[in-house]
Design a protein around this ligand. Structure first.
Ligand code: GMT
Length: 416
């Protein structure tokens, strides 16, 4: 095959810290480095594009608020902007990350362009998770969701599990082609701690900041303070990171930690933020764990904290893939998690982590203790974790799969 022409690509995603926004941004950055012209069309500059790199154009979708109940103009504002930018930048394709409502807006944009006598860009939708399993299968949304997905020129998902869920939960005809292209990580960035680095010296930079711990609850039982740093061997370090939504079951993470620290002095690092945070803070107080649970929020030192942790906990009820688990594995941190959704495709049970039924706190506790108490097992899994990511989930090959997929879709005849 001769050299392929550079493409003009529009990307729309949620510019938040969630996995779909991260993957979308990394794809766009990598494609622009490969010579493609990339336009991000989002309501804010995605976090990983700050400061904005050259070669990337960012278009803000301006969404105004009006004093009318239930009036949300995002879908229409995005559709109008997608049409305008597609025409002005002569886009070859629009890649929509998280289908709701992005695919609907893109469909409307392409109809508008057709009416104006222009060939619209090809539409590629990547479904990430709850746009299939939860929001996506809401009967109130499903008819329009399914309709606009059927009008995408290409569909991708990050796991075989999610592909099946698209057929089962959204009722797309089984003949609909859906490409599985897994999530990926930058293995240089997400790498294990350098050998010889002292865990506590490094972690101190992250932990010794104001407000990472809740003020102690009056009368909090002193035995619960075993996890606090002090004299003797340093505590063991568990970590969880997410956007603190109910489906992440962070209360399970906390309860598992509670059981673990009764046996082994340990601390828990909670990274991220979201609607569950007040409830999780209340449970931390209730369990008397204010000394040993660190709320690190949304911080850039997350990588440092991750590298110096020993076990990553992921207790979700569902995951399209489980990008946070992949990031942990890449740092050589074994995962104890729930056997749901795409997680077993990422975490090899017994090899790179230990999986349990969602909600089985006793089994997760035992799994964490096994890893903390059997150093040889931990070492073996840590090595296997890192090796698995280097073999299967490196960024460059995965971006090439997207790139190849774009050309394949563009090679197909355009819809009339
Ligand atoms: O689907 C979501 O809930 C949102 C999305 C996000 O923006 O965080 O997360 C999903 O996309 C990630 C990237 O593909 C996957 O790794 C996550 O597993 C998935 N989350 C869920 O399915 C809960």
């Amino acid at each position: 095959m001769g050299p392929r022409r550079a493409l003009r690509i529009g990307i729309t995603c949620y510019p938040t810290t969630g996995g779909s926004g991260i993957i979308a941004t990394e794809i766009g950055l990598a494609l622009s480095q490969r010579g493609h012209k990339v336009h991000f069309i989002c309501y804010e500059l995605p976090g990983r594009l700050v400061p904005q790199p050259s070669g990337i154009t960012f278009h803000r979708v301006r969404v105004r608020e009006y004093p009318l109940p239930h009036l949300d103009t995002y879908v229409l504002a995005l559709a109008s902007q997608l049409a305008e930018i597609s025409a002005a930048a002569d886009l070859d394709l629009l890649h929509l990350h998280y289908a709701i409502p992005h695919t609907t807006s893109a469909y409307l944009a392409s109809q508008l362009l057709r009416e104006r006598g222009r060939q619209p860009p090809r539409l590629i939708t990547t479904l990430h998770g709850t746009d299939v399993t939860q929001v996506g299968s809401d009967p109130a949304l499903l008819p329009m969701h399914r309709f606009t997905l059927r009008h995408s020129d290409g569909l991708t998902v990050p796991s075989a599990y999610l592909r099946q869920a698209v057929y089962d939960d959204l009722g797309l005809p089984p003949a609909t082609p859906i490409e599985v292209i897994a999530n990926f990580v930058d293995t240089e960035l997400f790498r294990p701690a350098d050998p010889g680095q002292r865990r506590w010296d490094e972690l101190a930079r992250v932990l010794d900041q104001p407000l990472t711990r809740l003020p102690p609850t009056p009368g909090e039982a002193p035995r619960r303070r075993a996890g606090a740093r002090g004299r003797g061997a340093p505590p063991r370090v568990l970590i969880h990171s997410s956007n603190f939504r109910p489906l992440k079951r962070i209360d399970d993470v906390l309860r598992v930690f509670d059981e673990v620290q009764k046996v082994v002095p340990a601390i828990l690092l909670l990274v991220g933020d979201g609607p569950e945070r007040p409830r999780i803070e209340a449970l931390t107080r209730e369990l008397g764990l204010t000394e040993s649970v660190y709320f690190l929020g949304l911080q850039r030192d997350f990588l440092l904290a991750l590298r110096h942790s020993e076990v990553f906990l992921l207790a979700s009820t569902t995951e399209g893939f489980g990008l946070s688990a992949l990031e942990a594995l890449s740092c050589g941190i074994p995962v104890v998690g729930s056997r749901v959704g795409g997680v077993p495709e990422v975490v090899r049970d017994g090899e790179t982590g230990l999986l349990c039924a969602a909600g089985d706190i006793a089994a997760m506790t035992q799994s964490v203790l096994r890893l903390l108490q059997d150093r040889a097992l931990h070492r073996r899994m840590a090595r296997a974790a890192r090796a698995s990511v280097q073999t299967f989930w490196r960024k460059d090959p995965m971006v090439s799969l997207y790139e190849d997929y774009y050309y394949r879709i563009l090679d197909q005849p355009a819809r009339p």
